[in-house]
Structures are given as C-alpha cells and as structure tokens.
Design a protein around this ligand. Structure first.
Ligand code: ZN
Length: 286
C-alpha cells in the first residue's frame, strides 16, 4: 500500500442507493442535481465521483440511459472529473443489470466502476456478491479497460483481490476503498484501518471510508496516514456524531479539504488524481 503523502484524492459518493430526500433534502437525485452538486464539490477539491442513478421515486435503478445522462452532464460541467459507476447488487442483482454501464461508450463511458470483493451484510439487508459475479464483473472491466474501484469491507476481501490478481482476473492499476464502520462488517478503529491498509498490495492506492457517523474520523485517519478518502451522502447524512446537523456534499467536502490543508496535504486536481491512480484521459476526449 502507499503511505506516501501524495496529493489527496477526494472521492465523492454523491447519492448512493439508500438515503432519500425525506432523510436529508440535500441528496442530489436527478441527473441535473447530481451534475450541479458535483460541480460545486469539484470547486472544493473533489476529483472522483462515485455515481448511482435514481428514478423519479428516488429508487435506485440500473437504467444505462439514466447513467449515461448523468455521466454526460458531469463531463459537460467537469470535463476532467474521474467518473466511477456503481455495479452494486444490493437492489438489482443480475449480471446484465449490474454491468450495464460498463457497455457505455464515448463520453458516456465511466473511467472506473465499483467492484465489491465479497458478500456482506448492511444494517437492513445483504449485499450478495457470489464468486462468479465478482469474476464476471472484473473480467468485463478488464476487457473494457475500466479500472475497478475495489470495495473492501474486511480483510478477507483484500485476500480475495490478491487471488484474482494471481489468476489474471484483475490487473493494475489498483485502487481500493477501505470501508469501515458498517454494522455487518469490520468496525472503524485506527488499528483496523492500519491493518487493512498495510495488507494491500505494495503498489496499491487506497482511500478510507466510514459508514454513518464514523465517516469523518476514518477520513481524517486516512489523510494522516497518506491514504485518500471517500466521503459523501451515500455513506453518511450527518455532519456531527449526535445527528443534529444534516450534511450536504459540499459541506462534507469542504471540511475535509480544510483538514487536509491543516495537515499540509495538498488536494489532488482531477488531472493529478488520474496520474496518481494511473488512469488515462477522460473517455471520449483522449
Ligand atoms: Zn455506491
């Protein structure tokens, strides 16, 4: 893993599957709301955006046309932004649905796509990722030259990524999100974060994410350790531990950019983030 203090990649999990505007009215739902929020957060230091699509009832949907519209609008407003598509199986479960955005082309093609390396429980439901599903998604990403955003919730998922590397089902560059503090998996302690980061392949880049109110602490620990961060309303809708103050994406990003500044850690531009991760120019533009 990298403990070098390169410029900080702030990866914004902007909408997610779960929170609704009844929970927090600041969650961007429509393609235009997502693109606008993304632009505001870009100005505050975001270089990567992790995208889910919602229909008019705010339900997560695998509709590739809707994703394409979101990606296009983001690229119009933030041409260099790294776009990462979800392939989550929490709500829709077939390979065709989960991999639909991997087939998009031109400026509609995502730079990266999420790849969760095992099954796990969330507070109210399971996220099922059978071995064949993980391998099929990984293979399609390789064929399409879409870099996986490797989602790991516990140490065994890192081991599984090493197995896939050995079997040539995964390739470099390697970018991991270490997600801690979810009710069904590894809790968020500094030692858990350090152990997870320390067990990554040597040349991997990684970002720390905390689910719920652990988000800010895990993000700060990651900044101090030389990791990157994933932040945003997908994982956490509150500014404070007591859940008094609702968050917005720009507020969450601004707070982290200020922490990074206080720690003398420059924030990566999208172009710098592309170099750090090992990505080429944005699809359809290079
Ligand atoms: Zn997600």
């Amino acid at each position: 893993m990298s403990f070098n203090k390169k410029p900080l990649i702030i990866n914004l999990a902007i909408t997610g599957n779960v929170p609704k505007t009844d929970d927090n009215p600041n969650i961007p739902i429509t393609p235009e709301e997502i693109a606008q929020d993304c632009e505001r957060c870009r100005e505050l230091g975001v270089s990567t955006v992790h995208v889910h699509a919602r229909n008019e009832d705010e339900e997560p949907v695998p509709n590739p046309d809707l994703f394409a519209e979101i990606f296009e609008r983001i690229r119009e407003r933030c041409p260099e932004m790294i776009i990462c598509s979800t392939t989550s199986g929490r709500v829709y479960t077939s390979f065709e649905e989960r991999s639909a955005t991997l087939e998009l082309n031109g400026i509609q093609k995502p730079d990266m796509a999420s790849l969760t390396l095992g099954s796990n429980n969330f507070a109210r439901e399971a996220s099922v990722n059978a071995p064949q599903m993980i391998q099929s998604l990984a293979e399609r990403m390789l064929e399409r030259k879409i870099v996986p955003e490797l989602e790991v919730f516990e140490p065994g998922m890192i081991d599984y990524s090493k197995y896939l590397l050995k079997k040539n089902k995964l390739d470099r560059p390697l970018y991991y999100n270490i997600l801690l503090g979810n009710l069904g998996t590894l809790q968020s302690t500094p030692l858990n974060l350090a152990r997870m980061a320390d067990s990554l392949p040597d040349d991997a880049e990684w970002g720390g994410a905390g689910i719920g109110t652990s988000q800010f602490e895990v993000n700060c620990q990651s900044i101090a350790m030389g990791g990157h961060v994933r932040v945003g309303l997908e994982d956490n809708i509150w500014m404070d531990q007591k859940k008094n103050q609702l968050a917005s994406n720009p507020k969450l990003v601004k707070r982290l950019a200020d922490v990074a500044d206080a720690m003398n850690r420059p924030v990566a531009s999208p172009q710098q983030a592309r170099e750090i991760i090992g990505l080429g120019p944005p699809p359809g533009q290079g």
